[in-house]
Design a protein around this ligand. Structure first.
Ligand code: ADP
Length: 432
């Protein structure tokens, strides 16, 4: 605020000017606060966009250091099992301090924050009875420390030390750091949940891959033995023995097929499948697949419409794998179709991409299932009521293959009328 000379005759004018100055100064202060708070909010929002813990915490450290003009930012998170704080980021701290940094609840400043759930702004830590042993490591003895809270539970602590200006921290700094911490806690918790989900998913995939692998070998032996007995290698069979063994053979084959699908999916997901890519005619592949499944369609008296173009459309990819995509989709179009219905396979050129559509006249799929049906083992409940067998793996495998090729599979449907599955592939799959 500027100093003004007082003039008794114009006292009211002076007062007005003074008020204006005050308003302007206050406004400047308010504007500054607002800008800082908006920046703090932006930091939190930016951190939320990173779902990898390391990146999320790294970006928080960088932005906090910039916004508060500090040299040291550390972020500690609670290890729930051990009940201690573990340092996750130590911007501006020596490696030695970082390695030692595990803090029990109640110990040091960070432990105190966890215990009380309250923030701390200390002008001179050497003069604070509670934490005297903590001082002396930095340029200044002023520090700021705030809790990271989720639903009132402290999940970690953000500490800042050493203002570049060598000033002590002010309440404004505390407000900014608390604003960041409120949003950072959510971002960190999201990243933690994401990492946990990924780890569980990996465990699940590894388990499925291992168990499938272990089941496959003995199943081959059973299958071979049953086939030998059926072929009469162990003597002539009665009609009843033959009937039971044929039933056993069919079910062993079903089981083997399921295990093969599981193995294929886990190989695809862990990118262990080797793709045998070459330039091939995708239209021919779709057409051949459709005719190979013609006998199945015939059994249901389905009309198959080949609306594919006459000319070749060359793409670069693994024809064996893409044939599996078309097989799974056309097989479903037959399996879920109504008696005397139809299946139409068509092609669309949409610039950089090609589209192969498979349309059926089945029961249709409700929009809430459009994504879910591509999950492993996911089936729409009514299908099991209709006695249509399946394990819910075909679409998951098909989509995975399409995605490895840089494409995708989507579905559009009208309940009671039918569904259209669209396989999108880049024209030159080498770019996929
Ligand atoms: P599966 O057919 O072995 O159950 P999929 O992964 O191929 O496994 O399909 C998942 C689910 O999606 C099926 O159980 C079925 O409920 C639904 N579905 C797939 N294709 C169609 C279709 N053409 N029409 C209606 N429902 C379908």
């Amino acid at each position: 605020m500027k100093n003004k000379a007082t003039n008794p005759s114009k006292i009211s004018d002076e007062l007005t000017m003074l008020m204006e100055d005050l308003r302007r100064d206050n406004r400047q202060v308010l504007e500054k606060h607002l800008v800082e708070l908006v920046s703090a909010y932006r930091v939190g929002r930016e951190a939320s966009s990173f779902l990898e813990m390391e990146k999320c915490i790294g970006i928080l450290g960088d932005r906090i250091a910039d916004l508060l003009s500090v040299q040291i930012v550390s972020i500690m998170l609670m290890d729930r099992e051990k009940g201690e704080l573990v340092i996750k980021l130590a911007k501006g701290l020596e490696d030695k301090i970082v390695k030692e940094a595990k803090v029990k609840i109640g110990e040091n400043v960070a432990g105190w924050i966890v215990k009380t759930g309250e923030p701390l702004l200390i002008d001179d830590i050497t003069k604070d009875q509670r934490f005297q042993q903590c001082g002396g490591k930095y340029n200044t003895n002023s520090l700021l420390s705030v809790p990271l809270k989720i639903r009132n539970k402290v999940i970690g602590v953000i500490n800042v030390n050493n203002k570049i200006s060598k000033e002590v921290f002010r309440t404004d700094d505390l407000v900014i750091l608390r604003t960041i911490a409120d949003m950072a806690a959510i971002a960190i918790e999201n990243a933690r949940l994401q990492e946990e989900t990924k780890a569980i998913d990996k465990m699940k995939s590894d388990f499925i891959a291992n168990i499938s692998h272990d089941l496959r070998a003995p199943l081959s032996v059973i299958s071979e033995a049953v086939r030998n007995v059926l072929d009469g290698l162990a003597g002539t069979l009665t009609e009843k023995q033959c009937k039971f063994l044929t039933l056993a053979k069919q079910n062993v084959e079903r089981l083997a097929h399921l295990i093969d699908e599981l193995l294929e999916l886990s190989r695809l997901e862990s990118q262990k499948t080797t793709m045998k890519r070459r330039l091939f005619d995708v239209v021919d592949l779709a057409r051949t697949t459709l005719s190979s499944l013609q006998p199945l369609a015939h059994k249901k008296k389905l009309l198959t419409i080949d609306a594919l173009p006459a000319e070749n459309i060359k793409v670069w990819g693994d024809p064996g794998k893409l044939s599996q995509v078309f097989t799974n989709l056309i097989d479903n179009a037959i399996k879920y179709n109504k008696q005397d219905g139809s299946i139409r396979v068509a092609f669309e050129d949409s610039g950089r991409m090609i589209k192969i559509t498979i349309t059926d006249t089945g029961p249709g799929i409700a929009p809430q299932y459009y994504e879910k049906i591509f999950d492993r083992f996911r089936r729409i409940e009514s299908e099991s009521d209709r006695n249509i067998t399946g394990m819910g793996l075909g679409l998951a495998i098909a989509r995975e293959i399409a995605r490895i090729h840089g494409g995708d599979i989507t579905v559009d449907s009208s309940l009671g009328e039918g569904s259209t599955f669209t396989v999108t592939l880049p024209k030159d799959l080498r770019k996929g």
